[in-house]
Design a protein around this ligand. Structure first.
Ligand SMILES: Nc1ncnc2c1ncn2[C@@H]1O[C@H](COP(=O)(O)OP(=O)(O)O)[C@@H](O)[C@H]1O
Ligand SMILES: [Mg+2]
Length: 286
């Protein structure tokens, strides 16, 4: 009997299309795409979903993904990634805490809940530093703090935003080349990694901000660090962001739990959609 897999999505991106196409080639699984915007969940009974062995969570919206994963997992369904992994990876502060607990090298980070306290903290970190929202992706609102005046202005501007943006997550500005490393973890393997090279005036390396994907060898060091980071956040299918600090070596700054790979697959030829489906089957059989 083929494994019944439901893929939850809110928008079909390159990645979801690639996963659907890959599933169509296989006889050991049947994939049903489910648009979370088009179904509702009766919380006392999810009978209509009983036929599925495993769910692949691919919602673009973090909050829709998190909440639909919670509903499914609390009802006993298996979800890739798990609720724990989603909760930890969806929040940069929670991620940093786990990385530190598991002794995964990560940039020095300080958290403050008030602008003037944050300015005191920045004296400890020294300038330039970085402020990031604890939740978010694609480099959005990740801002350099170059001196006390601009830091005050940037932090103050966040006090009119949602309270989540007032959890001031402050980080040392890592001295690195104009690139970082994105490694991919699928279960207990690291099949591929890329460099993301920033372009033009942009200092952030996110491919959504024009960062160019360049092939990167998965060295034993990158492999070990990526697996340790993945384990720290609860494991699954993950994108690990790594910076090359001039002095401290490799530092993990983020782990992504609904990972994009439209730049990686064509560049490297590594069939991540297939590996993700293999992993989902493995989880279903556990
Ligand atoms: N501490 C840092 N020092 C230098 N550059 C950083 C630092 N943190 C983040 N960056 C740059 O900003 C980008 C976005 O930061 P990241 O923490 O990965 O947030 P996002 O979830 O938005 O991708 C990184 O890919 C990297 O290029
Ligand atoms: Mg990132």
């Amino acid at each position: 009997m083929p494994i019944e897999l439901a893929m939850l999505y809110s928008r079909v991106r390159w990645e979801e299309k690639a996963i659907i196409r890959e599933a169509e080639k296989r006889s050991d699984l049947k994939l049903k795409p489910i648009n979370v915007l088009k179904i509702f969940f009766e919380l006392d009974s999810l009978k209509n979903l009983d036929s599925f062995d495993v769910f692949l969570q691919r919602c673009v919206s973090y909050f829709q993904g998190l909440h639909s994963t919670a509903i499914l997992e609390e009802h006993g369904f298996k979800v890739v990634n798990s609720l724990e992994t989603t909760l930890v990876c969806g929040n940069k502060l929670f991620t940093t805490l786990r990385l530190l607990k598991h002794r995964v090298p990560t940039p020095k980070t300080i958290v403050a809940f008030d602008v003037s306290t944050a300015l005191e903290a920045l004296k400890v970190l020294s300038y330039p530093s970085i402020v990031k929202p604890v939740y978010g992706s694609w480099g959005r609102l990740v801002a350099p703090l170059k001196d006390p005046q601009s830091a005050k202005a940037i932090l103050e501007s966040r006090t009119v935003m949602h309270p989540l943006y007032q959890i001031f997550y402050l980080q040392e500005y890592v001295k690195r080349p104009p690139r970082d490393i994105r490694s991919f973890v699928v279960g207990d393997s690291v099949p591929v990694a890329i460099y993301r090279v920033s372009s033009g005036d942009e200092w952030r390396t996110n491919t959504s901000l024009g960062g160019k994907a360049v092939q990167c060898e998965v060295t034993p060091e990158i492999e070990e660090l990526s697996l340790k980071a993945a384990e720290a956040v609860g494991g699954g299918v993950l994108g690990v962001d790594i910076m090359e600090d001039e002095e401290k070596g490799l530092l993990v700054h983020e782990v992504n739990h609904v990972v994009e790979f439209r730049n990686t697959v064509p560049l490297t030829g590594v069939n991540l959609p297939k590996l993700i489906l293999d992993y989902a089957i493995e989880v279903a059989k556990k």
